[in-house]
Design a protein. Structure first.
Length: 215
């Protein structure tokens, strides 16, 4: 992470385009029937456990087996490919994009993922902090757990086998945690974000600035 990071450039990027764009693609082949229109507002899952599905986006029918596909986030439908209505499509076909307005927390997290060192999942598996790291996280103040290369920090659980994962990034403090223990994480997804101690003031400056500017 560069101490001379262009802070204004990062902030201006979010000022000009405070959105995330989620492409909606087909999970398998089938006939498509849309349930939304371009420009329509949609909602993501709701409820304590996200047990209420989001807005119904489309149905895909394969071998007389219709499958409903719901929105995974809130936003507005964009770039809807209306020409595919009633057509047979292949798996992975892009049907539309959901333009999702970023919340303050999401803007902060997006910026941090650009400036922290991200330690990523080596495989698709379930992950847990090592007993030592978990104990330190529970005992010490937030953002006070220091790690260095070679430390055993995480256990990977795959095919009923637990494998210790040793840290291989720059030394620093665990600033952000991106996984929930015991939940499956895709390969390449970040597990933790690490910040060098001397860079903490810069991180705090970013967070304070975003909180002040975005409602």
């Amino acid at each position: 992470m560069d101490q001379d990071i262009n802070f204004d450039e990062i902030i201006n990027k979010y000022r000009s385009d405070p959105f995330d764009y989620l492409d909606v693609v087909t999970p398998h082949t089938g006939l498509v029937k849309f349930k939304v229109s371009d420009g329509e507002k949609v909602d993501g899952p709701s409820g304590k456990w996200h047990h209420h599905p989001g807005t119904l986006l489309y149905m895909i029918n394969r071998e007389k087996n219709p499958k409903p596909i719901y929105s995974l986030t809130n936003g507005v439908v964009a770039s809807l490919r209306r020409e595919l209505e009633g057509e047979f499509v292949e798996a992975g076909e892009k049907l539309m994009t959901i333009q999702h307005p970023l919340k303050k927390r999401e803007i902060i997290e997006g910026i941090l993922q650009n400036v922290l060192y991200l330690f990523k999942a080596p495989e698709k598996a379930k992950y847990f902090f090592s007993l030592d790291i978990q104990a330190r996280l529970e005992k010490q103040d937030d953002k006070a757990v220091f790690i260095k290369p070679g430390d055993e920090i995480i256990t990977m659980s795959l095919m009923k086998r637990d494998t210790p994962i040793y840290y291989s990034g720059e030394e620093g403090i665990i600033h952000s945690v991106y996984f929930k223990p015991g939940e499956s994480v895709k390969q390449g997804q970040p597990l933790i974000g690490v910040c060098a101690k001397e860079k903490l003031p810069l991180i705090q400056k970013i967070i304070t600035h975003v909180k002040a500017e975005w409602s």
